[in-house]
Design a protein around this ligand. Structure first.
Ligand code: PMP
Length: 307
């Protein structure tokens, strides 16, 4: 299996295709209505970090919108590995998208007999070093996070306008990422990240009940904090309380743990990269490293190639 030139890997429905050949119908309900789900994963030296967890979340998102995934978890893994073989990059961004599929105009999912399955893997664009050394700017925006009872943020759906609008607002404020509050005025999450702060030595983050996507990076960070005997509080936090923080950071699969240097919105506060953030940044990288080493040591059989 020789590695090909540096190019993206693309898989559509049942096979690897060239990017130019990857065409989806204009009547695909993913395009027409944002009806579908997806996952973003990060590939480190050819190993997909937390792949099982991402596929489990894809399955959960799909089941929450009544979408039957067209492949089993094992088949999806095989498709992912075929895509990575076709992709010329070992450090990659990987996205798995499943839409409701093509069907006549109309909202009824029954109009679409076959979901569209699409994987895209490409070179990872590393966030700039400054993000980690100095931190990013985070703005509390007016756009509220979708109401759980209306469109549950636990569903990682193709309908991303809530996040796009919040991100536009943050950029207008000169910030790098938005912090969305929920309808009750409590902190929820970023547009593509989860939110953490440190106050009085405790690591605080909005609970599931605040209406957030249960981030996989968030879970890893919480597990690391518990292992390190850092007190963890998952709860409801209003804007005033957040401004009392000593440290703030955000997390996501692609960007890992990113310190926040400026929090604004109503008030404004500067932060330096604090000790808890630094510790969790380095422990997270160690965790990734050992995951990658263990996965490689376990050999290709765990991918199902030898079954
Ligand atoms: N919240 C939202 C809305 C997101 O899109 C993401 C990115 N997937 C996250 C949080 C972070 O989740 P994860 O750590 O699983 O990437």
């Amino acid at each position: 299996m020789s590695r090909t030139a540096e190019k993206p890997g693309v898989y559509l429905n049942d096979r690897v295709v060239a990017l130019e050949e990857a065409r989806v119908s204009v009547l695909d309900h993913g395009f027409l209505y944002g009806d579908g789900v997806y996952e973003t994963m990060r590939v480190y030296d050819g190993v997909v970090f937390m792949m099982e967890e991402h596929l489990a979340r894809l399955e959960r998102s799909a089941s929450l919108i009544g979408l039957r995934l067209p492949k089993s978890a094992r088949q999806m893994k095989l498709s992912i590995f075929e895509t990575l073989e076709a992709c010329g990059h070992r450090d990659a961004y990987l996205r798995v998208t499943v839409s409701r599929g093509e069907g006549p105009i109309g909202l009824d999912p029954a109009l679409c007999p076959r979901p569209t399955f699409f994987i895209f893997a490409d070179r990872l664009r590393h966030p700039s070093r400054g993000n980690y050394e100095e931190g990013v700017r985070l703005a509390i925006v007016n756009t509220r996070r979708n109401l759980r009872e209306a469109l549950d943020p636990q569903i990682k759906s193709l309908n991303f306008l809530n996040n796009i609008l919040a991100g536009m607002e943050a950029r207008k404020m000169g910030a790098d990422e938005a912090l969305m509050l929920n309808a009750g005025g409590q902190a929820a999450e970023g547009t593509i990240s989860n939110f953490f702060f440190v106050k009085g030595g405790a690591l605080c983050t909005p609970s599931a009940g605040c209406g957030i996507l249960m981030g996989i990076t968030r879970d890893v960070v919480l597990e690391l904090a518990r292992r390190l005997d850092i007190k963890v509080i998952e709860g409801e936090f209003g804007a005033a309380e957040i401004f009392e923080a000593q440290e703030v950071f955000i997390t996501s699969t692609i960007r890992e743990v990113v310190p926040v240097r400026l929090l604004e919105g109503g008030a404004a506060k500067n932060f330096s990269v604090g000790p808890v953030t630094k510790l969790l940044m380095s422990e997270y990288r160690k965790e990734v490293y050992s995951y990658v080493e263990n996965t490689k040591a376990a050999g290709p059989s765990i991918w199902g190639f030898t079954e």
